[in-house]
Design a protein around this ligand. Sequence first.
Ligand SMILES: [Cu+2]
Length: 199
Amino acid sequence: MKRTHTTTKVLIGCVLVLVWVLAACGDNGDPGASDNDLPGDTGEAAAAETEAAEVAESEEDGVIEINMYSSGGAHYNDPLGVQIEPGTTIRFVNRSGSHTATAYHPDNRRDLRIPENAEPFDSGVLSGRNATYEVTLEVEGVYDYVCTLHEPQGHVGRIVVGDPDAAPARPADGLPGRAPDYLVSVEDIVEHGTVAYDR
Ligand SMILES: [Cu+2]
């Protein structure tokens, strides 16, 4: 029995160290995301510093981050819409809850809402805090994507790659529930470059 007890203690110790290491390494996003952290997080200031440093780094390497949240009963991306140059990498970051980033494409059991010759993407379910999924978009046009866990609640997003006229947005009225409400207009995205979540 004593041996088992010691093994358990060692195991718990290992898990704690692992959790600490993951917490230290896993933060790589938008400093605004810390607004959504629960108050009283230990080491919050240190984590914020690390996040700020890593945001600068991600801006340097040209990767665009889209954060995914569950908060106050809403499931959403921030930003809701971005315009990028062809060949840019998008990094989806799971900030809270569980989500997917899934291109509207028949391979993903959805109607086609990305350019016809573009590769479909699907992150699968991202559950861990700060879990990431990256995709590089090469083909110009409008890409709509969905979180397959929260489509009727409006968890969708839009990315314009280069010239939107190369593959224009498709009518959204056939999408379920509130999904059409959260596909921001191509005009807004092109005008502002980024459209934040603000509802
Ligand atoms: Cu979701």
